[in-house]
Design a protein around this ligand. Structure first.
Ligand SMILES: [Cu+2]
Length: 378
């Protein structure tokens, strides 16, 4: 995302939801961020709705909005220039759950499950050639949990863990998805599936207030590994509270069998502590509030795999937590990065992947076997 103040311009309040000629365009962005791309997107929608041309009336309306937001953004920049206020520490809060991290070994071991509910993959079957329907129920839990020892944060989760549950199917399968937002929650949520073609990847259909359930039925058309995330405004705020996961769409013939699989998802968390301290220094820091300011500055307090620091070490290391991994066995990683800001520098030591599906594409494969053969010929 753009860093605030680099380009000047609009804030997102207007631009997150631009309604013109019956077309709603939703966009990403921390409050106050200059969304140049969004203006372009809005104009594209206008062009589409006006048969190829932007009317003077629509142009004038957008221009007024832009000028109003420029004034708003100038005041935001002034606020930023003052700097962040000194933190007043608050005690750690009682936790609602013992563990915020969903371990990488907790995932469907294949595409043979037709139901996900209450944290479990159910109804395994020997699927044949024909596509199947996979029914998935996600329940949103807004919880307080420990990020590091003695330090709590507010998390918004799918089924109480970060990342959310993996959905796994094959091309041709149908996902029958239900989003449950229990009454005790405070905030509406939704899901944007990047595996889905359509408005907001289904997010518009899945806006769900507390006490309601929404449903989306979609057919999986394109193979690959996809992010899903909550896309309820302010979208980066929902992402930064932990609302994301992966959808794996295998090719029609499925993926080759391996002995072990893991589900790893990187993300950033932004708090009032900013980004200067490493996580050992953030122990016993009390309750940390979410900070949109440090989000705008792209200065995360925590950059983690699977929900929190140290989530995959010690007794939670791969091959220790869950099944044991022995020499000669095969392992597959599904790796994602939701940010919302930082890129991932996934770094493997002491082993070389035989095959890398580049950027989650099953058709773009980097194979060390073929490289080795090429080198051997030299
Ligand atoms: Cu949400």
């Amino acid at each position: 995302m753009n860093r605030v103040g680099q380009t000047g311009g609009l804030d997102n309040e207007t631009l997150r939801e631009v309604e013109m000629s019956g077309t709603r365009a939703r966009t990403f962005g921390f409050s106050g961020m200059k969304p140049t791309i969004v203006v372009v997107a809005a104009l594209v929608f206008l062009a589409a709705s006006c048969g190829g041309g932007v009317s003077q009336e629509d142009y004038d309306t957008l221009k007024v909005q832009i000028e109003a937001q420029e004034a708003n953004f100038a005041s935001y920049q002034a606020e930023q220039a003052v700097g962040t206020q000194p933190r007043v520490a608050t005690p750690a809060e009682p936790t609602d759950i013992d563990e915020i991290s969903r371990h990488p070994s907790i995932m469907p071991d294949s595409t043979r499950y037709t139901l996900y509910e209450n944290g479990r993959y159910l109804n395994p079957n020997d699927r044949g050639e024909a596509p199947i329907t996979i029914e998935a129920h996600f329940r949103i839990r807004e919880v307080v949990a420990e990020m590091v020892s003695g330090t709590t944060m507010d998390f918004w989760t799918f089924d109480g863990g970060i990342p959310g549950p993996m959905i796994r199917g094959r091309v041709g399968d149908t996902i029958d998805f239900y989003l449950h937002n229990p009454q005790e929650n405070r905030i509406p949520h939704n899901v944007d599936f990047h595996a889905v073609t359509g408005p907001g990847g289904g997010a518009v259909r899945l806006d769900t207030r507390p006490g309601a359930v929404s449903r989306l039925q979609v057919k999986l058309l394109a193979p690959g590994i996809y992010i899903y995330h909550c896309a309820y405004p302010d979208i980066p705020m929902h992402i930064s509270h932990g609302m994301y996961g992966l959808v794996v769409v295998e090719p029609e013939e499925g993926l080759p069998q391996v002995d072990h699989e893991y589900y790893v998802l990187q993300s950033d968390f932004y708090t009032e502590m900013g980004g200067e301290e490493s996580h050992p220094a953030l122990r016993d820091a009390g309750h940390l509030d979410y900070s949109p300011t440090y989000g705008n500055l792209e200065e995360p307090t925590f950059v983690v795999f699977n929900g929190r620091p140290d989530s995959i070490v010690g007794d939670r290391a791969l091959g220790v937590f869950g099944s044991e991994v022995n020499a000669g066995e095969t392992v597959r990683f599904f790796v994602g990065n939701i940010g919302p800001n930082l890129v991932s520098s996934f770094h493997l030591i002491g082993e070389i992947f035989d095959r890398v599906y580049v950027e989650g594409s099953f058709s773009l494969v980097n194979s060390t076997g073929s490289m080795w053969r090429a080198r051997s010929a030299w």
